[in-house]
Design a protein around this ligand. Structure first.
Ligand SMILES: Cc1cc2nc3c(=O)[nH]c(=O)nc-3n(C[C@H](O)[C@H](O)[C@H](O)COP(=O)(O)OP(=O)(O)OC[C@H]3O[C@@H](n4cnc5c(N)ncnc54)[C@H](O)[C@@H]3O)c2cc1C
Length: 420
């Protein structure tokens, strides 16, 4: 490790990202004394080492194992602790642009269905209801419904009464109508990831090393605080955090970080149900499924005039009911690793105001608040780089990794297997 950390000079022993560019063969030659050679002989070796146990890491583990590779997942947390367990648990087929994006989401859904059945993951076809509170929103919903058939989406336009029947918590005095799709599935975020990793270990022999932070990765091996691992190929699935291991590649890619605020209510009274995912008009302008609606510019102008503070904080309203009856509410979007942090209380207030305009929750008390982060590249769904020989870094850049992760991973693994 001494050589990796830059020798005994200033800062010896401290983690310094700029010193992490590996020349593994040189290091091997330089350090292969008697004890080192013994360690090397004992070093655990895999065909594929995956850094990160979020959904993308697990999806790569699945496809790697299915391709016959001996796979290890190295995760610094006691369990996955990134975006994959901080989201809505929504497989959002409904939000995809027709064509390659929708096909990718559908393919990933079919893998989710397969692994959920095998791994005992609860997966509910919750459906999704976009709600309109004013005419500009209703126009976009009508246009979305009119285009749906030709675009491969299953949308039904609902009047206020029918929308209320789907989601009894909707306010009767403000909601004009809605657009319903059955094509959204709900997962229990933390539970799904934990069960998926347990099943990958059990059924596919994937070796999980939790509590293992990767400090450097290069051709043929990864270095962790707990020692070295040998691997023919390394796939880095560290979410928005591959800047730490490969700062130059990260900086050159132009990728940015998005920070999101989320809230969760206390459990609602027994028997009360939200119904489908409920989304407000602010979401219409953000989802590609509505990108071709002619009424979108007018909706944006309306939002600029009446919801400018929500737009400034990238607020996008989604409500999802969890297994314990609580309701997850979100979210905001702040871009840029160096952006001055927004006032969290102000952002929460805007999110709650937007929900209050369309939903009446019997238990409005907020029990939890958290922040999630993901990598972001405008107009791009995934960033795949080769920052070092034998290393592939993959990060989802459109904030929909739960929906697309399995398809993305299948592509990466096919590329690695083809090269081998
Ligand atoms: C608030 C929020 C809501 C969202 N809602 C949805 C949604 O409803 N539907 C949807 O499809 N997508 C949603 N997304 C996006 C989705 O969650 C992400 O695209 C996806 O989880 C990314 O998965 P990942 O595995 O790449 O990253 P992560 O889940 O962030 O996992 C990365 C893992 O790598 C580990 N790691 C990082 N560096 C190292 C290292 N050096 N050594 C060891 N381990 C390391 C971390 O501990 C972490 O567990 C949402 C995201 C957020 C933040």
């Amino acid at each position: 490790m001494t050589a990796l950390l830059g020798g005994r000079g200033k800062g010896y022993g401290r983690y310094r990202p700029e010193a992490m560019r590996l020349d593994v063969p040189r290091i091997r030659r330089a350090t292969m004394g008697g004890r080192q050679a013994q360690k090397e002989a004992k070093m655990q070796r895999y065909d594929l080492a995956i850094v990160g146990g979020g959904i993308l890491g697990l999806a790569h583990a699945l496809h790697g194992a299915r391709a016959g590779l001996r796979v290890a997942v190295l995760e610094r947390g006691a369990r996955a602790d990134g975006a994959s367990v901080r989201n809505f648990g929504m497989l959002a087929i409904v939000a995809q642009r027709p064509g390659a994006q929708l096909d990718s989401a559908r393919a990933a859904l079919s893998t989710w269905q397969e692994v959920a059945a095998a791994a005992g993951i609860a997966m509910r076809r919750a459906g999704c209801l976009f709600v309109a509170r004013h005419d500009a929103e209703m126009t976009v919903l009508e246009e979305g419904a009119a285009q749906a058939g030709s675009q491969g989406h299953d949308f039904t336009l609902l009047d206020a009464e029918a929308a209320h029947a789907r989601a009894p918590g909707l306010r009767r005095d403000t909601v004009l109508g809605g657009l319903y799709s059955p094509d959204a599935w709900k997962l229990d975020q933390r539970g799904a990831l934990a069960r998926l990793s347990d099943w990958l270990a059990r059924a596919h022999g994937v070796a999980f090393h939790f509590g293992t932070e990767v400090l450097a990765a290069g051709e043929g091996r990864v270095e962790t605080a707990a020692g070295s691992f040998g691997a023919d190929h390394v796939v880095l699935c560290g979410g928005e955090d591959f800047a730490t291991l490969f700062p130059d590649a990260w900086a050159q890619s132009g990728v940015d970080v998005c920070r999101l605020q989320m809230l969760r209510t206390a459990p609602q009274p027994a028997g009360w149900r939200l119904g489908p995912f409920v989304l407000g008009g602010l979401s219409l302008a953000r989802y590609d499924a509505f990108a071709d609606c002619p009424g979108l510019p007018q909706l944006r102008a309306h939002q600029q005039a009446h919801q400018a503070d929500a737009l400034a904080h990238g607020v996008h309203v989604i409500a999802a009911q969890e297994e314990d009856g609580s309701v997850t509410l979100g979210d905001s979007h702040h871009y840029g690793a160096d952006a001055a942090p927004a006032d969290p209380a102000e952002v929460d207030e805007i999110i709650l105001r937007e929900f209050g305009g369309m939903l009446d929750l019997p238990e409005p008390a907020i029990a939890r608040r958290w922040v999630g982060r993901y990598a972001h590249l405008p107009g791009q769904e995934v960033l795949t780089l080769a920052p070092a020989k034998g290393v592939t870094a993959v990060t989802v850049t459109n904030g929909q990794g739960m929906t697309h992760g399995f398809t993305i991973a299948a592509r990466t693994i096919a590329g690695i297997v083809k090269q081998a």
